[in-house]
Design a protein around this ligand. Structure first.
Ligand SMILES: *[C@@H]1O[C@H](CO)[C@@H](O)[C@H](O)[C@H]1NC(C)=O
Ligand SMILES: *[C@@H]1O[C@H](CO)[C@@H](O)[C@H](O)[C@H]1NC(C)=O
Ligand SMILES: *[C@@H]1O[C@H](CO)[C@@H](O)[C@H](O)[C@H]1NC(C)=O
Ligand SMILES: *[C@@H]1O[C@H](CO)[C@@H](O)[C@H](O)[C@H]1NC(C)=O
Ligand SMILES: *[C@@H]1O[C@H](CO)[C@@H](O)[C@H](O)[C@H]1NC(C)=O
Length: 424
């Protein structure tokens, strides 16, 4: 019967819509966030595209972070004079390092506040200033705004930002999660390729049933990282540095890098002007980052002086000897780039590239941040990657909303259209 097909379609759609109405009680355009129970926070990244030209310090204050950590997270050379006043170009994609906490049972960062300016609206703040990382509805809710047509100038708004921890691991390997706002031109496969992960992994992490993604969706993208093994009482406990980048810690005294050859965190004194406690390992003449090698009959006797966090303003060091089959080569460092002044088309139209792959402005690491080769071959067995850790409990959690509002309305509309002829 010719009638049968429409009927079964209708029932299917009706079923689907009811199902959606049940599982998506409140349809917002962004963020289903990792549920959490403990109060531990973790290091996370936000993928942010500049809406206008902004100074380094302005971007940092938009997210209330240290300008130096913004630069090092993006492997930008901080030895340039007056670097904090350098103007970053509109449309530049940056990774913003933030602390991800657990608030009311979900992971988010709420340490960011925004002071409203004349002509701001909730949607301009959400879509433009914060690049789609937050929605106007989320701003309204977080700040209990009833009438959003009246924003007082100079009002401080809490800006809840999406982030995930997933225990700092992905498939049992150390990982840091980037909250990535999908652009119209993006495909899941391209995002996976760009961030050295797989399509399957991205789908698992975000609990996606298909590879379809929409403009404005927020994905959690796992990036391989170097884990630290600092004691719990260290104030930088849980430091996690993404592959290919740097972090500054211990009150600007220590810099830690990750990659490119292996994912062992490597820390050494930074050359930023700061007053620092001793960085020498007890009962040795080694400083953090120094390594001695001694070829013996049984292999290579490696002794390294490692950074182990900072507690009460005191830098913790550990001297760790190990016997290895072969002596490690010299420490390698991630490439640094010059402060960007232009944006390549790739960084506008593709998923944002890792800073190293910007064609322009590549510099060899130099002076202040990092020596081009370590003073000694580096090795840090004590801070090696954590192994054998729990799995993708992540599969059930997602930053991506299962179904955007527009799609739900479209389905409902379709349902009505299909049911009408039958009712007649
Ligand atoms: C780390 O990044 C480098 C490029 O900077 C890449 O060659 C390497 O495969 C990455 N490592 C992992 C584990 O993703
Ligand atoms: C140890 O490391 C410091 C700081 O990185 C460096 O200046 C020094 O040359 C190294 N010295 C030795 C003996 O390893
Ligand atoms: C390795 O070197 C350290 C310090 O140089 C020394 O104390 C230790 O005895 C050496 N171990 C071996 C097995 O040679
Ligand atoms: C830090 O200092 C406080 C008081 O000065 C002390 O109570 C605490 O035990 C110290 N913690 C560590 C880890 O040294
Ligand atoms: C989280 O990771 C730690 C090691 O980093 C591990 O000991 C712990 O079991 C993991 N917890 C879960 C819930 O996966």
């Amino acid at each position: 019967m010719p009638n049968q097909k429409p009927i079964s379609q209708t029932s299917l759609i009706l079923f689907l819509s009811l199902f959606l109405l049940i599982i998506v009680p409140e349809v917002t355009s962004k963020s289903t966030i990792e549920p959490c129970t403990n109060s531990d926070s973790c290091n996370a990244l936000l993928g942010y595209t500049l809406y206008t030209d902004l100074k380094v310090s302005e971007v940092a204050s938009l997210f209330q972070i240290d300008p130096i950590s913004l630069l090092t997270a993006n492997s930008i050379d901080i030895s340039y004079p007056d670097i904090e006043h350098h103007i970053l170009p509109s449309n530049l994609f940056l990774k913003i390092p933030i602390s991800c906490s657990c608030v009311d049972g979900i992971r988010k960062s709420v340490s960011t506040q925004y002071k409203t300016r004349p002509s701001d609206s909730l949607s301009s703040i959400a879509d433009s200033v914060y690049g789609g990382l937050v929605s106007a509805d989320q701003l309204r809710e977080a700040n209990s705004i009833t009438d959003s047509s009246v924003l007082d100038v100079g009002q401080n708004l809490v800006v809840p930002l999406p982030c995930t921890c997933f225990n700092g691991t992905d498939n049992s390997l150390p990982a840091i999660y980037l909250s990535y706002v999908v652009k119209q031109v993006d495909s899941l496969a391209a995002i996976a390729a760009k961030y050295f992960t797989t399509l399957t992994d991205l789908m698992n992490v975000n609990a996606l049933g298909s590879t379809a993604i929409d403009d404005g969706d927020i994905l959690a993208v796992p990036i391989p990282a170097c884990a630290s093994n600092f004691p719990k009482y260290a104030s930088d406990y849980g430091l996690l540095v993404p592959n290919g980048s740097y972090a500054i810690t211990a009150g600007h005294c220590v810099q830690c890098s990750c990659g490119p050859r292996n994912l062992n965190l490597y820390c050494m004194p930074s050359s930023l002007a700061a007053s620092c406690s001793s960085m020498q390992c007890k009962s040795s003449n080694l400083m953090i980052g120094n390594v001695t090698l001694q070829q013996t009959g049984g292999g290579c006797n490696v002794t390294s002086c490692n950074y182990d966090g900072i507690a009460n303003g005191t830098i913790i060091t550990t001297l760790s000897p190990s016997l290895q089959p072969r002596c490690p080569g010299p420490q390698e460092f991630p490439d640094l780039i010059a402060p960007p002044t232009t944006v390549t088309s790739e960084s506008i139209f593709g998923p944002a590239p890792a800073p190293q792959s910007h064609g322009n402005g590549l510099t060899t690491p130099k002076s202040s941040v990092v020596p081009s080769t370590g003073p000694f071959p580096g090795f840090s067995p004590a801070n090696g990657p954590v192994s054998g850790i729990a799995s993708a409990a992540s599969a059930a959690c997602s930053l991506v909303n299962p179904l955007p509002a527009t799609l739900t309305s479209a389905l409902l509309l379709l349902l009505v259209t299909l049911m009408l002829p039958e009712a007649l």
